[in-house]
Design a protein around this ligand. Structure first.
Ligand SMILES: C[S@@+](CC[C@H](N)C(=O)[O-])C[C@H]1O[C@@H](n2cnc3c(N)ncnc32)[C@H](O)[C@@H]1O
Length: 349
């Protein structure tokens, strides 16, 4: 017969209070035996293993409800959902706090410059206000194209290329060109990040050639399709505006057909994020829908049908001269190659 333990023995074992154990029991997380004579709880080794799991899950911030769901339904998809939600929460908090930290640093620097007396000062308040706005933009990006819904049919629709603009007519060439630019660059075992990895077509190319690549995407369904196609591909939930990695983590950042889902204000923040996670001598290669400039866009739109213009205006094609100015702020040089009417590849180093 299995050894069993009293509530105080279990509490001692984990250095927690007996009340905490009673709480988990009341919430249905534990199922101890009740002694016949006095109804006292007795815990088996199965309960001990379960309690250890509960405490560890709590330590990474899972709620009692999450833990109950994981313990009651141990299917992989269910666990992945709870853990991904928590990962997203933690990543959001890291980004929110990091914006607050740098705003505090700026405020403190400003205060050092002041005389002894402190009056509420507009330049100090402006710093705090702009950090608030930055957090708002970072958290307000929404997927208005519903990529989760598109994930399962994405590859087929790229092949069919039914849109008016035929933006996918050079899809394979664009992915291959991005791959070649990285492959021919001077990196030894580069660590590569792909943003907006989608169904994994570009990351899969790198993976099959033995590259160390991680793909992030804001769509769980896209990630799940890419994982089905390339089980060994490392993927994470993540957005351009809140890249879930530390500073200086990657030698190369690549992205295809994804950057045009950000407007110009968001692009500026995304560029800052990409530069943040890129190593000093790192390289960025983006294949996407662009115009050379606003003037170039105007003259191209003049010759297009209403339907085509509507298709363009549903997204945010970049202006290369705008991106060039932004990357220059980080002493990075942008080179571009036109692939067809709307598709360009830019290389930034
Ligand atoms: C048109 S698909 C392109 C997928 C893939 N890169 C390719 O070339 O086939 C755009 C992808 O970018 C992702 N995406 C769009 N906006 C994003 C954002 N702000 N952060 C991360 N991923 C994003 C979408 O979820 C989708 O998977």
């Amino acid at each position: 017969m299995d050894n069993n333990y009293s509530i105080s023995q279990v509490a001692d074992m984990f250095n927690i209070t007996a009340n905490k154990i009673r709480f988990y029991d009341k919430k249905g997380l534990l199922d101890p035996i009740r002694q016949k004579d006095n109804e006292y709880r007795r815990f088996t080794s199965r309960d001990i293993v379960r309690l250890q799991a509960i405490l560890l899950y709590r330590s990474i911030g899972l709620t009692v409800g999450d833990i109950k769901s994981i313990l009651d339904n141990n299917e992989k998809e269910n666990c992945l959902t709870h853990l991904s939600n928590q990962w997203e929460f933690v990543n959001n908090e890291i980004h929110r706090l990091s914006v607050i930290r740098s705003s505090l640093e700026n405020v403190i620097d400003k205060l050092y410059e002041k005389t002894k007396e402190y009056k509420i000062d507009s330049d100090v308040l402006d710093i705090i206000k702009s950090s608030q706005e930055l957090n708002k933009i970072k958290n307000n990006w929404k997927d208005k194209w519903d990529f989760n819904n598109w994930a399962k049919t994405y590859d087929k629709s790229v092949e069919a290329d039914k849109g008016e603009l035929k933006i996918y007519k050079n899809y394979k060439l664009i992915l291959q060109s991005v791959y070649d630019l990285v492959h021919n660059a001077d990196f030894l075992n580069p660590r590569i990040l792909e943003i907006g990895v989608g169904t994994g077509n570009l990351a899969g190319k790198f993976l099959s050639s033995g590259y160390n690549i991680i793909g992030i995407d804001q769509s769980r369904e896209m990630l799940s399709v890419s994982k089905q196609k390339y089980p060994k591909l490392k993927v994470r939930l993540g957005e351009f505006l809140k890249i879930p990695y530390e500073n200086n983590s990657f030698d190369v950042v690549v992205s295809t057909y994804a950057f045009h889902h950000l407007n110009d204000v968001e692009k500026v923040i995304a560029i800052e994020e990409i530069i943040r996670v890129l190593k000093d001598r790192g390289m960025i290669v983006i294949g996407d829908l662009m115009f050379k400039s606003k003037e170039d866009e105007k003259s191209i739109l003049k010759g297009l049908s209403k339907d085509k213009i509507a298709e363009i205006e549903d997204e945010y094609y970049s202006h290369i001269n705008f991106l060039e100015d932004e990357f220059n702020k980080y002493n990075k040089k942008l080179e571009y190659k036109r692939i067809d009417e709307f598709n360009y590849i830019i290389k930034i180093q």
